[in-house]
Design a protein around this ligand. Structure first.
Ligand SMILES: Nc1nc2c(ncn2[C@@H]2O[C@H](COP(=O)(O)OP(=O)(O)O)[C@@H](O)[C@H]2O)c(=O)[nH]1
Ligand SMILES: [Mg+2]
Length: 214
């Protein structure tokens, strides 16, 4: 894609995301999923990674997705529609890696997420969020493996980039990129974002729109 094209894409994405973005429904099990009528892009990551904040930053809204100080409470897939008429949906997947979750809760999470990833025909891409302060953790590797096995292409997105020094960010970006290259379904290019400072948000919006249209 030429630079002109990607500029146009970013602008189109900006317009789209500043228009209609609406919560559709919350699905605690697969039987509650909405009809697969439009493309979808899903978001996943450890609890507290900044998933809700990123969704809010992308849509330029303060609280389309609820940010929370009590991580690991929601075990649902939350669907948001973008565009009028709806062009695609964003899917907020339940966070993982929360401490002290009973095995039954973890198992329920695993089944819901795995079955969604494997069976959702309209799912175009997943964004896997990783806290820039921590880098890829064992639980993230498990998630990457699930995505690889479901053959769902994913982008690794570093969050909270404003929280660390530039030199540290460079190091974590390099190691995350190296990890991504080992995974067949992962994009080799890792995104760097800060929902707080707006860093990387425009580009990610453009990438999302391109993903939804693949
Ligand atoms: N400094 C900073 N803090 C962030 C950023 N994104 C999220 N946070 C904070 O991290 C915490 C968890 O964010 P949240 O979006 O609720 O995470 P979620 O559990 O993954 O949905 C909240 O206190 C947010 O304010 C960011 O880009 N920069
Ligand atoms: Mg959240």
């Amino acid at each position: 894609m030429s630079e002109d094209d990607s500029g146009a894409l970013v602008e189109e994405a900006r317009r789209l995301f500043s228009g209609r973005v609406e919560f559709l429904l919350s699905a605690p099990a697969l039987k509650f999923l909405p009809e697969p009528t439009v493309p979808e892009v899903a978001f996943c990551g450890r609890s507290n990674v900044g998933k809700s904040s990123l969704l809010n930053a992308l849509t330029g809204r303060r609280s389309i997705a609820r940010t929370s100080v009590t991580p690991g409470r929601t075990q649902e897939l939350n669907f948001f529609e973008v565009g009028s008429p709806t062009q695609f949906r964003l899917v907020d997947m339940p966070g993982y890696g929360f401490a002290k979750a009973p095995p039954s809760v973890v198992e329920k999470w695993r089944r819901l997420v795995r079955d969604f990833l494997r069976g959702r025909v309209v799912l175009k891409r997943t964004l896997l969020l990783v806290d820039a302060r921590h880098g890829v953790k064992p639980v993230d590797l498990e998630m990457m493996k699930m995505l690889d096995e479901a053959a769902v292409g994913y982008r690794v997105v570093l969050t909270k980039a404003d929280k660390i020094k530039a030199s540290e960010l460079e190091a974590v970006l390099a190691s995350t990129q190296a990890e991504a290259r080992k995974h067949p379904a992962a994009f080799p290019v890792v995104h760097v974002t800060s929902s707080e400072k707006g860093m990387g948000i425009e580009e990610l919006r453009g990438a999302l729109l391109a993903d939804a249209r693949t």
